[in-house]
Design a protein around this ligand. Structure first.
Ligand code: C2G
Length: 440
């Protein structure tokens, strides 16, 4: 019996895939198909996969061509499989010609002609392209525009900004003009503008991805989410950390009891990028510390401990009424405590520490765009290290989630409304000097 093996993502199964499978089967008597796992695809840069692993396996199984289906999960697995299953022939489409010659050491390698004129990415891109307008002055806007190149189904309609140094395709003179040429907006304007801009966009049934905080009060945040529901729009917090694999796996492990009961969380995020503006007190267009870093630092606290803390204390060192150069917030819960420290005029170690009754999770700086974390125990031999590929600081995964939400009309679960509202509530109390102490 001649055993053949082939591998693939098989997303949105099409006739190119099926012809490949048919010809692979014809090479022998028994065909094993390895379908790639989500993490493995992400690690090799395939981030636009629309269907889940199970959906893709079911589609391959439904063809009735494969005699056996396995999951490809790690680099180098092909050699393991060829040896384990006693494979005679490895085959794959000719777009991979030369890439698997090394497998000749273990079995015969056959490249089958690829079927021209069809591919999963073309199918994804044929879906109505979303025209994304970009609003704001921060240079992150340029990164987001660049990251759109990695996401199927997006095209940047242009930018509305008052920052003449921002270079992103077509520049619109007014917010309204950009809005009229876009299906969705990415907003990174000053937080004081968010509520008005988001409301105007959603009133015109545009989807919005906005850098948190989406508003400067709990009431405004609630209003925006309610309006999005009424208009059938997607309104998403743009906190790229929430969409990175390492961060989301870390949260699952923490909540899954890996380090026992969580008693304390400490999140720190600082940057002196705007120190020149701060030193000249020229900060009216610059995000202050609590807005720039507060939402990101609140994310793990609220996602793990919840948002119903008993009390909080906001301690700030102010440059002026609206600008904190450093803020520490302490959240006290019934059975745990959390601290965040953020600063645009103070530098500290940007790490995340989650302390539990069995061990702790350590995420090194810059934890908010990490591809790596450790779980540490009393006995260092039990320590575990986790690494998950993170391309483009995680922005592209955020954009993929936004596109998926628009296409599926389902609000993504990465950042709950409750967390989104709670973030705005803390920001509101900062400005209202509620639960507040000012450092001299
Ligand atoms: N294919 C084809 N014709 C197409 C599209 C794809 O013959 N028009 C072939 C590919 O060459 C591959 C298989 O169908 O052999 C699955 O294609 P994909 O799902 O795109 O997966 P890919 O990442 O190309 O899989 O490690 C090997 C890779 O996993 C190969």
């Amino acid at each position: 019996m001649i055993k053949v093996i082939t591998y693939g993502t098989y997303d949105l199964l099409h006739y190119g895939h099926i012809k490949l499978l048919e010809r692979a089967k014809a090479l022998g008597d028994y065909l094993i198909v390895g379908v790639t796992a989500d993490d493995f695809d992400k690690s090799r840069g395939k981030i636009n996969v629309q269907q889940s692993l199970m959906q893709r396996i079911d589609a391959v199984r439904a063809t009735g061509i494969a005699d056996e289906i396995i999951i490809e999960e790690y680099e180098g697995q092909k050699i393991d499989d060829i040896q384990r299953f006693g494979i005679d022939i490895f085959t794959v489409g000719s777009d991979w010609r030369g890439k698997f010659d090394y497998l000749n050491e273990y079995c015969k390698v056959v490249y089958l002609d690829r079927t021209e004129g069809i591919s999963s990415s073309e199918i994804r891109s044929e879906r109505k392209k979303i025209k994304l307008g970009i609003v704001g002055e921060q240079f992150l806007a340029e990164k987001v525009a660049h990251e759109c190149n990695y996401v199927n189904g997006i095209e940047v309609s242009g930018v509305y900004t008052t920052n003449t140094d921002i270079k992103i395709g077509k520049k619109f003179d007014t917010f309204d003009e950009l809005l009229n040429c876009s299906d969705a907006l990415y907003i990174i304007s000053h937080p004081t503008l968010h509520f008005k801009q988001i409301k105007k966009a959603i009133d015109l049934k545009k989807h919005v991805l906005c850098e948190a905080p989406i508003a400067l009060s709990l009431e405004e945040s609630r209003k925006l989410h309610q309006l999005a529901d009424e208009k059938g729009c997607i309104l998403m917090d743009a906190l790229k950390t929430a969409y990175s694999t390492a961060y989301s796996r870390m949260i699952l492990l923490a909540k899954g009891g890996k380090i026992g009961k969580i008693i304390s969380i400490d999140a720190t995020a600082t940057s002196l990028r705007d120190i020149n503006l701060i030193s000249k007190n020229n900060v009216s267009h610059t995000w202050n510390s609590i807005c720039a870093w507060g939402p990101t630092s609140m994310l793990p606290i609220f996602q793990i401990l919840g948002t119903d803390y008993c009390k909080k204390l906001i301690i700030s060192k102010l440059l002026n009424d609206d600008f904190d150069i450093f803020t520490k917030v302490e959240f006290i819960y019934d059975d745990s405590v959390a601290t965040l420290k953020v600063g645009k005029g103070v530098k500290s170690e940007g790490e995340l520490l989650i302390s539990g009754t069995k061990g702790y999770i350590y995420v090194p700086a810059p934890w908010w765009k990490t591809d790596y974390f450790e779980i540490r125990y009393e006995n260092p031999n039990d320590n575990k290290r986790y690494f998950y590929q993170l391309d483009g600081e995680g922005i592209r995964y955020e954009l993929v989630a936004f596109m998926d939400a628009i296409q599926s009309k389902h609000h993504p679960t990465y950042i709950s409304r409750d967390v989104s509202n709670a973030i705005c509530n803390v920001i509101e109390d900062f400005y209202a000097r509620k639960d507040f102490f000012e450092l001299k």
